[in-house]
Design a protein around this ligand. Structure first.
Ligand code: V47
Ligand code: SF4
Length: 395
């Protein structure tokens, strides 16, 4: 029987340019920026799915990773005014937001004592009192309380601000963060790198070069980080290609990125509510193109609280091999922006079933992709033998 890619190449309706790109994927050759643009402009969902799935299968087979984490959001008050942000309460409307003290944050950390979480993801707004010293103290206090808890914290947006305010270089600042207990960096704050878009939607915060430089320094210190792209608003396809290209270039240099996470723009309660959201078809095309373009990234992650469980399941056939953790409703960033999941909480068993029901293997990982537990042949208590498709409630 002919495999899907061979059938694709024999399709008389496929343009020579798309055939050439398919051939590159088969030969494991890198595609160019022009190829990337052509994929966004012309490639069908089925074409992209076949190619992205081929790469996913080559890299990971059916393995699909998840981890157990929780979010800590020190504040939702922010100095910046990103137009897509539904989360922040401007400094002028401070009373509508929250600003946790050190003690309050440690209490939130302690709520997870005895629970099998491996990671705390810390992210929030930017405010002067959350300075370099504050975060050093916070990381140290978390490690003193629970040394094995992995701290994945802050983005270059916060680091750029606190280092400037503290009058330290990026190099010195990142070293101090690592010394205090920072283990890895999440992918946020990347938005769209191209200044034509960045200045419009995220003016005033760190620019593309600064975002990339802080990740580079962190990688040079021997640490790993993620990258995101906030897509589906006012950017054009060439801005997305530019974004992917800048990430691919830095990854060639450092190899320090673990995972790429496309973030679908949600339009509730923000200054861009008039901008229509992308369709599910476009979301799946975007995952697939990211998988094809970022040949030097090991993992592509779908953030299920944002896109919903069903699209997350579908994404696993479009290049995605990771679904964000078994988090509970500790993050407000997306619920406030109108995400699919109003109370994003899944138990390990639900998450495993979600992965299994599309015939993939569920693997629990830690932040650095060490296997915590392989659920492929796992039988939950009171569970009958796994029989294939499990219908999930529609959300
Ligand atoms: O930088 C804010 C995005 C990001 C909206 O590294 C929005 O494992 C869509 O980066 N519509 C922060 N997106 C979250 C983030 C993240 C999430 C999950 C996992 C990881 C990881 C990182 O959220 C921001 C911004 O790009 N965002 N508002 C919105 N209305
Ligand atoms: Fe502040 Fe981040 Fe919201 Fe921008 S996206 S306003 S930096 S919290």
């Amino acid at each position: 029987m002919m495999d899907q890619i061979t059938l694709l190449l024999k399709d008389p309706g496929l343009s020579p340019a798309l055939k050439t790109i398919a051939q590159k994927v088969i030969n494991e050759e890198r595609i160019s920026e022009a190829d990337g643009l052509l994929l966004y402009e012309q490639a069908s969902l089925s074409y992209l799915g076949i190619l992205a799935n081929q790469i996913r299968q080559r890299k990971h087979g059916d393995k699909t990773y998840f981890n157990r984490n929780f979010h800590l959001e020190p504040t939702n008050v922010c100095l910046y005014t990103c137009t897509f942000c539904s989360y922040s309460r401007l400094i002028k409307k401070r009373e509508e937001g929250w600003e946790y003290t050190m003690e309050e944050m440690l209490d939130l950390i302690k709520k997870y004592d005895g629970k099998p979480v491996t990671e705390v993801h810390i992210v929030g707004g930017v405010l002067p009192q959350y300075d370099l010293k504050f975060y050093e103290d916070l990381f140290r206090a978390i490690k003193a309380h629970r040394p094995e808890l992995h701290i994945k914290a802050l983005t270059p947006v916060e680091y750029h601000y606190i280092f400037k305010k503290g009058k330290v270089s990026y190099e010195e600042g990142m070293k101090r963060m690592v010394d205090a207990g920072l283990d890895s960096m999440p992918g946020g704050g990347a938005e769209i790198f191209h200044p034509e878009i960045r200045d419009e939607i995220a003016g005033g915060k760190c620019n593309a070069e600064e975002w990339l430089r802080i990740h580079e320094i962190f990688h040079e210190l021997g640490h790993r980080s993620n990258a995101t792209m906030l897509y589906g608003h006012v950017e054009k396809f060439h801005h997305r290609v530019d974004h992917l290209e800048r990430l691919r270039k830095l990854q060639d240099k450092t190899g320090g990125f673990q995972t790429f996470i496309p973030l679908k723009f949600r339009n509730k309660n923000n200054e861009m509510s008039h901008v229509a959201e992308s369709t599910t078809i476009e979301d799946l095309r975007n995952y697939a193109i990211a998988r094809i373009y970022l040949d030097n990234f090991e993992h592509i992650k779908a953030y299920w609280p944002m896109i919903g469980r069903t699209t997350a399941q579908l994404s696993l056939a479009f290049g995605v091999n990771d679904i964000d953790g078994t988090i509970d409703d500790t993050t407000k960033i997306y619920t406030m922006a109108g995400s699919e999941e109003q109370s994003p909480s899944l138990s390990t068993r639900e998450l495993v079933n979600l992965i299994r029901s599309v015939d993939k293997q569920a693997i629990e990982r830690d932040t650095l992709y060490n296997v915590v537990q392989d659920y492929t042949d796992h039988k939950f208590p009171d569970e009958e033998v796994y029989k294939g498709y499990i219908a999930l409630p529609v959300v």
